[in-house]
Design a protein around this ligand. Structure first.
Ligand SMILES: N[C@@H](CCC(=O)N[C@@H](CS)C(=O)NCC(=O)O)C(=O)O
Length: 204
């Protein structure tokens, strides 16, 4: 399998870390959707990161769909989802909040970096910033209960995506995060960033 995309994308990073944590072998091609557009387009004409080329040559995109496929390939006992339906629903909620935080952060970055200053729309940015703050406020309520991980002894997908999102926003939208108000997430992030798989696929 080949994973295409840069690790400064939270979507690419969560896939890389998840594959590594499930011991699924893959190679990584850190192509940018911007500076390597043509090279990327030869692999996936839609130029979305992450892109995963399976062993059979099927080209997948969207981190959630890629992780669904990875879950099918993972050995028994290597699932990154909790077992019970109740915990599964809670995990999906947490992952949804973390993905919303990623999406809102990306929207702020694109608005600032891709749109000329005179075309930036302040009410839209305010709305997105409010959504970002709401996502992190709700994530913090969950992270505050982590002991040491969100579902107990082992880090699962909810931990990976929450930690990846937090690091991404911290790096890319530092004024979008009230870090002192998010001690649970800061602790979860520090714990996650110390894991082998996070260090093997660092934010970069
Ligand atoms: N929902 C998608 C979002 C992926 C996404 O938006 N990736 C960005 C990079 S962070 C991208 O491909 N941007 C280029 C574009 O959308 O044209 C996922 O989970 O993979």
């Amino acid at each position: 399998m080949k994973l295409i995309g840069m690790l400064d994308s939270p979507y690419v990073r969560r896939v890389a870390i998840s594959l590594a944590m499930q011991d699924l072998p893959f190679t990584h091609a850190p192509l940018s959707v911007f500076s390597n557009f043509d090279e990327f387009a030869k692999i996936n004409p839609v130029v979305k990161a992450p892109t995963l080329v399976t062993a059979e040559g099927t080209v997948l995109m969207d981190s959630g769909l890629i992780l669904e496929h990875a879950a099918l390939l993972a050995a028994p006992g290597r699932s990154l989802a909790p077992d019970s339906a109740e915990d599964h629903a809670r995990a999906q909620r947490i992952i949804g909040l973390a993905l919303a935080a990623c999406e809102k952060s990306v929207q702020i970055v694109y608005e600032h970096n891709l749109r000329p200053a005179e075309k930036q729309h302040a009410p839209w940015l305010d709305r997105v910033r409010g959504q970002l703050a709401a996502a992190y406020r709700l994530l913090e309520e969950e992270a505050a209960k982590a002991d040491p991980w969100l579902f107990g002894d082992s880090p699962l997908q909810a931990d990976i995506t929450s930690a990846v999102a937090f690091r991404f926003t911290r790096e890319m939208v530092p004024d979008g995060l009230d870090v002192p108000a998010l001690p649970g997430l800061a602790a979860l992030s520090a714990r996650a960033e110390a894991l082998e798989a996070f260090q093997a696929y660092p934010y970069a």
